[in-house]
Design a protein around this ligand. Structure first.
Ligand SMILES: NC(=O)c1ccc[n+]([C@@H]2O[C@H](COP(=O)([O-])OP(=O)(O)OC[C@H]3O[C@@H](n4cnc5c(N)ncnc54)[C@H](O)[C@@H]3O)[C@@H](O)[C@H]2O)c1
Length: 363
């Protein structure tokens, strides 16, 4: 992409995985300058800003958003801060790139989308896994060849022992909004809906459990995440049946910790009337992740597409976001599709709590 005369000026909030990944992705694009960085771990703030040449540093997001020379604010902080930061940034005329989930609840996500529409700014969400090369291949395959009527999808992200930061903000209900269903679930729901051509989810029947996390088990090894109350208030496993307005359905499962075979895997399987497709990624594999199932002369065949998955999915979604901002055409880029995903997750938690099938609120 050639650099335009006027660079886009970006402020990044957050110094963890999300903030650092966004910082590096924005910084790598021609004609984009990260001019401000905010986060609460002072040594990390200095180290990141020094190494990436970011001139302005802030402890609190409010001071970064208050700058009047930013075109874009990038949000990589605990979920409960997405809406306050996003709304303040949009209201002050910035475009917003926000980490998933858009917000911990559908109502907060709705408020963000309403603000983006009123301010006429872009609101995009980091659904980076949809940009995997194997997912894109499947999308093209389904578009161009198809598998007949797609009536059901199975999709899951499962970990053997991967609660992120036991006792950090991730496991605090008010800060996170939930456990793996709202942390990993959005990616898998996003991929399934994307591959199925964006049907609307109409109702949900779900269950959630916290068997391991509640007793201090299932934590991911390594550096803890920030904040939190040292308690475990969310689920570590969830499973849901989603009904679609097409008459089809999706089974969505997300687990941070469970006694299961693999350390970590993600899977999406679509069942169609004339074929099936499967994406299965064990322990972040980058090859041999796809299968296509069909019949040849009445005999079942399995096709193995050879698609390598390079790293850099965040860079892809940020590149698209920057292109939208530059295009000046963003009538449908106010986060509406992410809002539907938040409404579905609301219904997942409500259904699990009320032990019944519940309707998804219209976005
Ligand atoms: N798309 C993905 O693949 C992906 C991967 C990981 C995390 N995420 C999302 O990114 C977000 C952050 O996750 P993380 O793992 O980077 O978290 P983290 O805990 O590692 O980092 C959070 C950062 O937010 C900063 N912060 C907190 N309060 C602040 C305030 N008031 N002002 C300024 N900064 C503040 C902290 O200082 C910290 O640097 C979450 O919403 C998470 O769901 C997305």
């Amino acid at each position: 992409m050639p650099a335009p005369a006027q660079p886009l000026r970006v402020g990044v909030v957050g110094l963890g995985f999300a903030g650092t990944t966004a910082l590096d992705a924005f910084s790598s694009l021609p004609g984009v300058e990260v001019v401000a960085l905010a986060g609460q771990e002072q040594p990390r703030l200095d180290e990141l800003a020094d190494s990436r040449g970011v001139p302005n540093r802030y402890h609190d997001w409010e001071d970064l958003v208050a700058r009047d020379d930013l075109d874009i604010v990038s949000i990589g902080v605990p979920n409960h801060l997405h809406a306050p930061i996003g709304i303040a940034a949009l209201e002050s005329g910035k475009h917003v790139f926000c980490e998933k989930p858009l917000a911990p609840t559908g109502d907060l996500a709705q408020a963000m989308v309403d603000t983006a529409v009123a301010a006429d700014r872009v609101l995009e969400v980091a659904f980076n896994h949809r940009r995997r090369a194997d997912v894109q291949y499947l999308h093209r395959f389904l578009d161009e060849r198809g598998i007949g009527r797609v009536y059901h999808a199975r999709t899951s992200w499962r970990r053997r022992q991967g609660i992120p930061g036991l006792g950090s903000w991730f496991t605090n209900r008010d800060m996170a909004g939930g456990g793996p269903m709202i942390d990993l679930g959005p990616h898998m729901l996003d991929i399934a809906l994307h591959l199925m051509d964006e049907p609307r989810v109409t109702s949900v029947s779900a269950v959630t459990y916290g068997e391991l996390g509640r007793t201090g088990r299932g934590g991911r090894q390594g550096a803890p995440s920030t904040g939190g109350t040292r308690t475990f208030e969310v689920e570590d496993f969830g499973s849901a049946l989603l009904r679609l307005d097409t008459g089809g359905s999706i089974h969505l499962e997300a687990s941070w910790a469970s006694y299961s075979a693999d350390e970590e895997d993600i899977a999406v399987e679509l069942l169609g009337s004339t074929g099936g497709v499967r994406l299965f990624v064990r322990d972040y594999a980058t090859d041999d992740t796809l299968r296509i199932y069909t019949d040849l002369d009445g005999v079942p065949v399995v096709v193995t597409p050879t698609v390598h998955v390079p790293a850099g999915h965040h860079l892809s979604v940020i590149t698209e976001f920057v292109a939208t901002v530059r295009s000046g055409e963003w009538a449908n880029a106010h986060g509406e599709y992410a809002l539907h995903r938040s409404r579905v997750l609301d219904a997942v938690y409500r259904s699990a709590e009320e032990h019944r099938e519940v309707e998804v609120e219209a976005a």
